[in-house]
Design a binder for this molecule. Structure first.
Ligand SMILES: [Zn+2]
Ligand SMILES: [Zn+2]
Length: 254
């Protein structure tokens, strides 16, 4: 009996000990691989105004936006000063029946984004916020990954359009912002806190081949001299984001 119980205790000890070691090894290696970035340096670049603001707490930045574009569009109600007939370059432009209306959208992003072990797919609706307070949408026109093919013809002269719920949004390059700030500029954040840059870098056009499957890569940018993971908007599908968020997205409500 004494030997049996001793053996039992011994086995129990080994089992517990090996489990403990494994969990220690995996948590240590996770900690070693995770780089925590800090996005404080780009917050000043958001064009805040009445209707678009952000607050900062220990871990998060929360953007509150009415989502109204600061530029012209044929989707404004005709009475609005920013109403302008379509004057873009797409000869197939076809206006959709929707109009721009104020929203009440809140997007919380981590102040110190880091790579997520499990990458979450983006969903329909807002996936991030541009520096003018308008939301980014993903590369799909609707459920079951419907491509943007037909929607593209309803993008206005600045390449945005409103949903049936009057939510104006950009699926592709927000032309007003790249015209205003430059094609290599910081354009906004996705909900995981990682920055979105324009379609040019160091004077060269960025292509999907330069990016990973989430549509980003890591290196130094003018806003982040120590380097950061960032997305680029390219002229090719999937445009802004690919297979999901590189980091962990915060809450989006509207
Ligand atoms: Zn759309
Ligand atoms: Zn880059």
């Amino acid at each position: 009996m004494r030997y049996k119980s001793l053996i039992f205790i011994f086995i129990f000890f080994i089992t517990c000990n090996s489990e403990k070691d494994e969990s220690e090894i995996s948590s240590d290696s996770e900690v070693l691989n995770i780089i925590k970035y800090d996005i404080s340096s780009v917050l000043d670049e958001f064009d805040t105004r009445e209707g678009f603001s952000y607050t900062i707490d220990n871990n998060n930045v929360t953007f509150n936006t009415d989502n109204l574009p600061n530029h012209t569009s044929p989707y404004w109600p005709n009475s609005n000063d920013l109403f302008e007939e379509y004057n873009g370059s797409n000869s197939n432009f076809r206006i959709n029946p929707n109009k721009i209306e104020a929203q009440n959208i809140s997007i919380t992003v981590p102040k110190n984004p880091s790579e997520s072990i499990n990458k979450l797919a983006t969903s329909l609706g807002a996936i991030g916020v541009a520096r003018n307070g308008v939301v980014f949408f993903n590369q799909y026109a609707g459920p079951n990954n419907q491509p943007l093919t037909n929607e593209i013809n309803s993008f206005d002269q600045w390449l945005g359009h409103p949903t049936g719920q009057s939510v104006y949004h950009y699926h592709i390059e927000p032309l007003y912002l790249t015209k205003q700030y430059g094609e290599d500029s910081f354009l906004g954040l996705l909900a995981d806190g990682f920055p979105v840059y324009g379609p040019v870098e160091n004077g060269e056009k960025v292509t999907n081949n330069d990016l990973d499957s989430y549509h980003g890569h890591s290196h130094v940018t003018k806003d982040f001299p120590d380097g950061i993971y960032h997305y680029h908007i390219t002229s090719e599908d999937p445009y802004i984001n690919g297979n999901g968020f590189y980091g962990t997205p915060g809450n989006i409500t509207n």
